[in-house]
Design a protein around this ligand. Structure first.
Ligand code: PXP
Length: 253
């Protein structure tokens, strides 16, 4: 199957804020990173306003909404507080993620199937305001079907396990996980959902994910911000873009 369209790159700038917050200063500024990412050809900026504000803060979201010229993908948990913030800013997109305070990063997918009624109510006003709502889920049939039922426009498939298995050199298990991600992407597409993917993606593991024909967007953060320390953010993004494009040779639009 040919890719469904050009693969977009969303750059997650959370960890610019992590570095800033480590010193309690104003630098480095997430907005500056977002503008550099935009100049380097990123298709969108992703920022996760966690309930504990450990990296991105409310003022960062305001600055991003006012300052960037590409779409903002606002990541948040499905709480009343985040709902109000999202409605106030109405970003281009919202990605709903599970959140546990004790976790270092978003560890698993959202349990959409177990929380359908509440998530349907969470989505409806955002949809009505014109925001594209995405559910960050595992490649599980039940979760994908539930996301379609509650009216999500997009699912973002969690690539964290694939990335961990790849990093551990467990190639058989990584391949099995890839197969499951491919099946999940095909199912989601068949149910009318746009498919995104992200978590743990690096130069070395991005190609097979970029090659999944139904996947339309990758959201990548931690690796790019780390790589930027060595080569600068622009070069890190350009190299990721190159690898994504190379993995999708027939991208015709
Ligand atoms: N997509 C979602 C929904 C996420 O929660 C994250 C991490 O914040 C990412 C993508 C990016 O993951 P990483 O920082 O590992 O590239």
């Amino acid at each position: 199957m040919k890719p469904l369209g050009k693969l977009r790159l969303g750059v997650n700038i959370d960890h610019v804020a992590t570095v800033r917050n480590a010193r309690g200063s104003q630098w480095p500024e997430p907005l500056r990173a977002a503008l550099l990412a935009e100049a380097a050809g990123a298709d969108g900026i992703t920022a996760h306003l966690r309930e504990d504000r450990r990296h991105i803060r409310d003022a960062d979201i305001e600055a991003l909404v006012a300052g960037i010229g590409i779409p903002l993908n606002f990541e948040c948990a499905a709480t009343a507080e985040m709902h109000a913030i999202a409605l106030r800013h109405h970003p281009h997109a919202i990605c709903v993620v599970p959140e546990k305070r004790s976790e270092r990063t978003t560890e698993g997918g959202l349990d959409v199937a177990g929380d359908e009624a509440r998530l349907r109510d969470f989505i409806a006003p955002l949809r009505a305001a014109g925001t594209r709502v995405s559910m960050f889920i595992a490649h599980d049939r039940r979760q994908i079907a539930a996301a379609a039922r509650i009216g999500a426009a997009v699912v973002e498939l969690h690539t964290g396990l694939y990335s961990d298995l790849h990093a551990d050199g467990n190639s058989a298990a990584a391949e099995a996980e890839l197969t499951a991600l491919r099946k999940g992407a095909a199912l989601a597409h068949s149910l009318g959902l746009e498919v995104h993917a992200g978590h743990g993606l690096t130069y070395d593991n991005v190609a097979p994910i970029a090659a999944i024909p139904e996947v339309m967007e990758l959201n990548i953060g931690h690796f790019l911000i780390g790589e930027a320390i060595f080569v600068g953010l622009e070069d890190a993004i350009l190299e990721m873009r190159r690898r994504m494009d190379q993995a999708r040779p027939q991208d015709g639009h």
